[in-house]
Design a protein. Structure first.
Length: 95
């Protein structure tokens, strides 16, 4: 599954984005990752608990009709951490 992951917010407010294929993650594409992605409230946006918190916008590139979801760093399921780690490693600053 291909996803676009964007990190929003933080102290400087710099947006960082990367496209990640879940098959390329350490451990590969797992049922736990699928379950965590299915459990997200697609089409919703989480409010940041404080102004400097990170939020992550996930978009399924393989399913362009599905709306994105924005999840606060405090709400990210642990099963999604390899996805976010890969996005941070590959991410590029967006202007």
């Amino acid at each position: 599954m291909r996803l676009r992951v964007r990190r929003l917010g933080g102290l400087a407010g710099v947006k960082v984005g990367a496209d990640v294929d879940t098959d390329d993650l350490p451990g590969g594409h797992t049922p736990a990752l699928d379950d965590a992605l299915r459990g997200l409230a697609w089409g919703s946006e989480s409010a940041a608990p404080h102004p400097d918190a990170f939020r992550y916008e996930l978009t399924k590139l393989d399913d362009p009709d599905r709306p994105s979801v924005i999840v606060g760093e405090h709400e990210v399921p642990s099963e999604l951490h390899p996805l976010l780690d890969a996005a941070r490693e590959r991410g590029e600053v967006e202007s």
